[in-house]
Design a protein around this ligand. Structure first.
Ligand SMILES: CC(C)(COP(=O)(O)OP(=O)(O)OC[C@H]1O[C@@H](n2cnc3c(N)ncnc32)[C@H](O)[C@@H]1OP(=O)(O)O)[C@@H](O)C(=O)NCCC(=O)NCCS
Length: 155
């Protein structure tokens, strides 16, 4: 895997990775109803392009054919937004490599801290990266109750 910046040609892979990660990795911790509310279908390309081109930085892990198989997003205020791996890559260390790139860039940019609303799997990941759990957030998405965790890390 090679880590590089997201390009607009990755938009379809972004949508595929997000949807499959929710339904095959997220499913370890969330019910089928919660996963369906989290990602009912792969996001439409126009929406992905608007989301990914709003000024955020996105690193992707690309395979030997240069096809994106995972990504992580950093917003300018230190918010880590989407972080998703194709199911075959989950648990292989690629997520940590993506995160390391993000943290290096955040430090270089002079950010004092990072924050994220983490799923159950991401919570376990971010605890290992030195984040502090600031508490569970229960909320409704598409009519279904779901939860994540507010987490922060001082840099
Ligand atoms: C969150 C995510 C990017 C973390 O990356 P990762 O490299 O898999 O991280 P880790 O190897 O530290 O694994 C974190 C947790 O993911 C889960 N996980 C890892 N590989 C998995 C797999 N192949 N199948 C199911 N769950 C898996 C495990 O529960 C693991 O926790 P554990 O080690 O305590 O059992 C990735 O697991 C993922 O894409 N998850 C689904 C989408 C998601 O929750 N995104 C975060 C939104 S905030």
């Amino acid at each position: 895997m090679r880590i590089r910046m997201f390009e607009p040609r990755d938009a379809e892979d972004w949508a595929r990775i997000f949807h499959s990660a929710v339904h095959r990795v997220g499913a370890r911790d969330y019910t089928p109803e919660q996963c369906a509310a989290w990602s009912p279908a792969p996001a439409p390309l126009e929406g992905v392009l608007a989301h990914t081109q709003d000024g955020r930085q996105i690193w992707v892990a690309a395979d030997a054919d240069d096809v994106a198989q995972g990504f992580i997003e950093l917003e300018s205020d230190g918010h880590i937004d989407c972080f998703y791996l194709a199911p075959d890559l989950a648990g292989t260390g690629i997520g940590a490599a993506l995160y390391e790139r993000l943290e290096t860039q955040a430090r270089a940019a002079g950010l004092a801290s990072l924050y994220v609303e983490a799923s159950e799997a991401a919570r376990r990941f971010f605890l290992r990266q030195g984040f502090t759990d600031r508490g569970r957030r229960d909320f409704e998405r598409r009519g279904v109750m779901i939860h994540n965790y507010a987490m922060t890390k001082q840099l």
